[in-house]
Design a protein. Structure first.
Length: 456
């Protein structure tokens, strides 16, 4: 299928998914484990620090979205913010995993919080205008899905780089605190290079949005939250990401303390799931041309919920092929879920443009990112307190020597909670009513009508 956007532009814009998603994977998969196991921080404190960054995100994400909608410069309204985000993201990746060696206490907690805030600022400054830029490149329903397919391709490439490459590198470097420090430098290079490439390559990207709106920020917020399709997608994404965040925060503990494996097992799982996820993107892109988006989402959510439940029955003695089978299913189904959610988000942004005649893609993406980061921080926060309540032992002393209550809590975090989130997501997505025909009717109504007596 040919599309109006050049291949080089679609691929270059999609590459941003690698850098931004790498940051999400780093904070979700490794930060709590790093702070508890290698820094020696109590799990509840680690979770609290992440909760503070969540409050910070609640303030800055919508503001960054509105700023990217309203600001103008010789380089465009979004790219200067993306450039600043690329630089801060690179610094943040290094700072989080290179905390100073000092006694556990308030001073260390302040250093850790400052690094996390830097990390979050860089991510938001890039990711919010980046997604808004993609949503306004085309009004074509099928082409928008193709554009999001490129992003999904690189999202799962990030999975290969981070969930497979990072733990493999950590294991090769000895698996200690210094290994995480070196891994963060390698990750920072990947994050910075991909984000800067997107900034450089999208200078001439089309922007099909109407002019800047005149609504006040408060009115824009109220209007956005009255957009029912967007509100549904917002709640669905938060719900599903919460389940993903629980898995991410607990998975290394699960591999270590339940399956008696470690970072190398995470590398194997990450490599298999993300390779399959990358390979499945063209399949899901074709499926979106013939299957209504809501129906496909429901089927994917249900299948993923069953895969999540299967972790309840995982035991240390099970063959490695069982781990690989779950990885393959998680990768294939997960890439479809990501693609359909991103396509639906872009659809709701066009729906708002057609209804309001204003340009508010940045605000919508800011609210969307707020919900996403809320989940990615709320998950580790709850996991941290749950692990503390279950008696989890911090530091190296806890490796393979956790009480049964902590082992059980770990199993629930990677199985029951994610499955429940998938079930709730199905219930919410049933409320989503926006489709291709609805958008087509709105576009037709928005076209200027010929004057009386003029040829049609």
């Amino acid at each position: 299928m040919t599309t109006g956007l050049p291949l080089s532009l679609r691929a270059s814009w999609g590459l941003g998914g690698l850098g931004a998603t790498s940051m999400l994977y780093l904070i979700n998969l490794f930060v709590v484990f790093y702070l508890v196991r290698h820094v020696g921080m109590p799990a509840a404190i680690a979770g609290t620090l992440l909760a503070i960054t969540r409050i910070y995100d609640a303030v800055i994400d919508p503001l960054i979205g509105t700023l990217s909608d309203r600001s103008q410069s010789r380089w465009g309204k979004r790219r200067p913010l993306m450039f600043a985000g690329a630089l801060l993201s690179t610094a943040g990746c290094v700072a989080v995993f290179n905390l100073p060696s000092m006694n556990i206490g308030p001073a260390l907690y302040v250093f850790a919080l400052a690094a996390l805030l830097l990390y979050c600022t860089g991510y938001s400054l890039f990711a919010i205008p980046y997604m808004a830029q993609g949503a306004e490149m085309t009004n074509d329903y099928a082409e928008r899905a193709t554009l999001m397919a490129w992003r999904t391709f690189f999202v799962y490439t990030a999975g290969i780089v981070i969930t497979a490459g990072a733990p493999a590198l950590i294991a090769a470097l000895g698996g200690k605190k210094d290994a995480y420090a070196l891994m963060s430098v390698a990750a920072a290079v990947v994050v910075g290079a991909t984000m800067l490439w997107v900034v450089a390559a999208t200078g001439k990207a089309p922007a099909l949005s109407p002019g800047i709106g005149t609504s006040t920020p408060a009115a824009s917020y109220r209007s956005a939250l009255k957009n029912k399709p967007f509100l549904v997608i917002l709640l669905v994404k938060m719900t599903l990401q919460l389940g993903t965040a629980f898995i991410g925060a607990a998975f290394l503990f699960f591999l270590s303390d339940v399956l008696r494996r470690g970072e190398s097992a995470l590398a194997l799982f990450g490599l298999a799931s993300n390779l399959v996820g990358v390979a499945a993107v063209p399949l899901w892109n074709r499926a979106l041309r013939t299957i209504e988006r809501r129906s496909l989402a429901i089927a994917l959510f249900a299948a993923l919920g069953l895969v999540n439940l299967s972790w309840l029955f995982a035991v240390p003695s099970e063959p490695q092929v069982f781990l690989l089978l779950r990885a393959v299913l998680s990768g294939a189904l997960g890439s479809g879920s990501v693609l359909v959610a991103m396509a639906m988000l872009a659809d709701t942004i066009e729906y708002d443009r057609l209804c309001s005649k204003e340009q508010r893609g940045g605000l919508f993406v800011g609210l969307f990112e707020l919900m996403q980061t809320t989940s990615f921080v709320l998950g580790p926060l709850i996991v941290g307190f749950a692990f503390s309540a279950a008696g989890m032992i911090s530091g190296d002393a806890g490796r393979g020597a956790q009480p049964q209550s902590a082992v059980d809590m770990t199993r629930y975090a990677v199985a029951l909670v994610p499955a429940a989130c998938q079930l709730l997501g199905i219930g919410l997505i049933m409320l989503y009513k926006l489709d291709a025909d609805t958008l087509a009717r709105l576009r037709d109504a928005d076209r200027p009508q010929p004057a009386a007596g003029a040829p049609a």
